[in-house]
Ligand binder design. Structure first.
Ligand code: PMV
Length: 334
């Protein structure tokens, strides 16, 4: 019997960047994706979330980076925690205290690490005892990419079949404990203008190229998995860069057209191409925003950062290695 009097737990989850993108849901209520996707978890960006309750907690409350959140934000978090209240049969309200950790005001605090940390903390607080794989199917219902942030290294989120929620889970496929990392180029740290949820739905509805997206993702995954297994960095990078460009081309072909790039994004892409011509293997990827992430050998990240310093400030350039799986914080670590 668990004590409902007073209790708290804290978890850390790292964010992840997709090398093969998730772009489109086949079931919006359950966040079931059209395709599988694959990512690398990053050590420099993470969310710490502490959940607590006591007898006096009359309704859910939510604090992010020390700021009390509005009713809308509380509602999103409450709906998510409802899944754990239902599973456990414990109808306690909770206080959610989250802190996003990024080296600068990078604007990369992501819903992926946020919902992964919240899922892991909820599983512990409500003692629902879900396995990490099962937990990924719950994190997914906060934000699709959050399913991948429960794991470290290279992570595959399986699309699953039909409307079977349990079949659309994430799993680690490689620890990424080798010479690989990213240089994150921060171009704009403001909240994105078109959320990924809205952007992907608009693309599905209006882009004539969307019908080609699922098969091209399948083909990329088929080549990516063996490349990761043999640590073929060049092939991993080439597939990732091409996959990102195909996603953005599909998005741009929406009607009316939407576009996540800014002029400086193009500058960053050119620097990557110049570096490659100079013999340094590196590749870019981009998500639903203007920031550019450069996949590289971690041992060469400082050379890449140096090359970018002609066009970007030091605080816009963040080197990161692979991150570990979501884990419980010890007392005093929060
Ligand atoms: O999980 P969401 O809803 O934030 O969507 C993520 C979409 C991309 O970042 C563009 C791709 C991905 O797989 O992470």
């Amino acid at each position: 019997m668990i004590s409902e009097k007073s209790h708290s737990v804290a978890y850390r989850a790292h964010t992840n960047i997709a090398l093969i993108k998730y772009w489109g849901k086949r079931n919006k209520e359950l966040f079931l994706p059209v395709t599988s996707s694959l990512s690398l978890t990053l050590d420099q960006f993470y969310t710490d979330t502490k959940l607590s309750w006591n007898d006096q907690t009359p309704s859910d409350t939510f604090t992010l980076n020390g700021q009390v959140q509005d009713a809308n934000a509380v509602q999103n978090v409450s709906r998510f925690i409802d899944m754990f209240r239902e599973l456990s049969g414990i109808n306690q309200h909770v206080h959610v205290d989250s802190v996003n950790h990024v080296p600068t005001a990078a604007g990369l605090a992501s819903s992926a690490s946020a919902y992964a940390a919240l899922a892991a903390a909820s599983n512990d607080l409500f003692q629902t005892n879900l396995s990490r794989q099962e937990l990924s199917t719950y994190a997914r219902q906060g934000s699709g990419s959050a399913s991948r942030s429960l794991f470290g290294g290279f992570v595959l989120w399986n699309k699953g079949v039909d409307d079977d929620s349990a079949a659309s889970y994430a799993e680690q496929i490689d620890e990424a404990d080798w010479d690989i990392g990213m240089v994150v180029v921060v171009i704009n740290n403001e909240k994105k203008k078109i959320s990924s949820r809205v952007g992907m739905e608009h693309t599905i509805q209006t882009s004539p190229f969307y019908s080609l997206w699922p098969e091209t993702v399948e083909a990329d995954l088929e080549k990516m998995l063996p490349a990761i297994e043999v640590r073929d960095f060049k092939t991993i990078g080439e597939i990732a860069e091409h996959n990102a460009m195909k996603m953005h081309a599909t998005v741009i072909a929406s009607n009316p057209s939407i576009n996540y790039w800014e002029p400086k994004s193009l500058v960053a892409m050119d620097i990557v191409r110049d570096l490659r011509e100079a013999g340094i293997d590196c590749y870019f990827t981009m998500d639903a925003g203007p920031n550019v992430k450069v996949l590289c050998r971690l041992s060469q990240a400082h050379i890449i950062k140096e090359a970018f310093s002609s066009a970007f400030n030091d605080d816009q350039l963040i080197i990161t290695g692979p991150g570990r799986q979501a884990y419980k914080l010890a007392d005093g670590e929060f």
